[in-house]
Design a protein around this ligand. Sequence first.
Ligand SMILES: Cc1cc2nc3c(=O)[nH]c(=O)nc-3n(C[C@H](O)[C@H](O)[C@H](O)COP(=O)(O)OP(=O)(O)OC[C@H]3O[C@@H](n4cnc5c(N)ncnc54)[C@H](O)[C@@H]3O)c2cc1C
Length: 369
Amino acid sequence: MDQIECVIIGAGVVGLSIARALALEGRDVLIIEKEDAFGLHTSSRNSEVIHAGIYYPKDSLKAQLCVEGKQLLYEYCNLRSIPHKRTGKLIVATEDFEIETVKQYIDKASDNGVDDLIWLSQSEVAELEPEVSSVGAVFSPSTGIIDSHSYMLSLLGDTENAGGLVVYQTSIASIKPQGDKFIVKTTGLNAHEIKASVVINAAGLYACDVARTIAELDETSIPQPYYAKAHYYSLSGRNPFTHLVYPVARKASLGVHVTVDMGGAARFGPDLDWIEGIDYSFDESRKQLFYDAIRRYWPSVRRNQLQPGYTGIRPKISGPNEPAADFLIQSYEDHQMKGLINLFGIESPGLTASLAIAELVGRQIESES
Ligand SMILES: Cc1cc2nc3c(=O)[nH]c(=O)nc-3n(C[C@H](O)[C@H](O)[C@H](O)COP(=O)(O)OP(=O)(O)OC[C@H]3O[C@@H](n4cnc5c(N)ncnc54)[C@H](O)[C@@H]3O)c2cc1C
């Protein structure tokens, strides 16, 4: 049986960030990933936005880790020359009755320590984005975009340079506590038994399934998973946008916004569709809904400019009729198992927050050792 200090389950952006942080502390790290490459699930099926930290409830983990993570991420991108851009974002009011709601984001952001939002008049919006129809907008200058693949590659590079390892096509079969260690059994290409002091469950959409393989873990500590699919359409032809443009947020989703990728292409999404299991198929019948939503702020869009792009799935732990849950990061205090961290419900802004999540998990591990 192999011995390793820290086993991290999942090579998405969260698992990779945690692996890097622990490896840089001089810990022995092994990442176990069931796919044949890193980042094939939620970490590559998202909007690639560096969020400012506007929408999340005050004092929530989402708010705190987004604001901290944004700062860390910009610093890291500069240090490692990872393609990114502080594009700024407009949250547009398309009708007078939305102005109040949009203006409230200035105070909401301020509650989270984000004090740089400003109100722009209709003509100021038109100067920034001539094709956007609005009656005014709030501008967030610290919102940006990132090439998430380059980011993950860099996190993995840092981990490997510090002596960490990743194994692919290998899944978790079971995890059993034994004394102050865990026996981790894997299946697949690297089927093995490993003795580890620390186990981090960063399996994203599968985190609840992985948690159920942990012997002696109180089942009531494992939340019920829910899956909310998102579709993205890409824009064919010239992209008229230089900023991210968001309509007013609707229940459980930010609405169909426009983001720009590092290559300058525009895409629209995400919508929100509650589904039963993990299924990335694209439902093309949603095109009319997208077209109607986009026309609210971009009247000259043509239906045939919208091309099916890709889908992603939000790893939710609150259901359709419940208030949105916060990130749930469970350590010894929550489940009384030393060395085990379960990360549940790491939906947006998990990409932005990833380095801050890693620092938090690092502190939790430190306090338990
Ligand atoms: C539609 C959408 C849009 C988003 N937009 C943004 C955004 O613009 N900005 C932002 O900050 N955040 C955004 N997010 C959130 C962000 O993408 C996620 O928070 C983040 O990618 C989660 O990363 P993760 O590592 O936890 O999960 P994942 O990327 O899903 O990684 C989990 C990994 O675990 C592996 N795994 C699962 N089970 C096992 C097992 N049994 N054994 C071994 N490996 C296993 C999986 O294969 C996977 O590689 C968005 C999310 C969605 C769904």
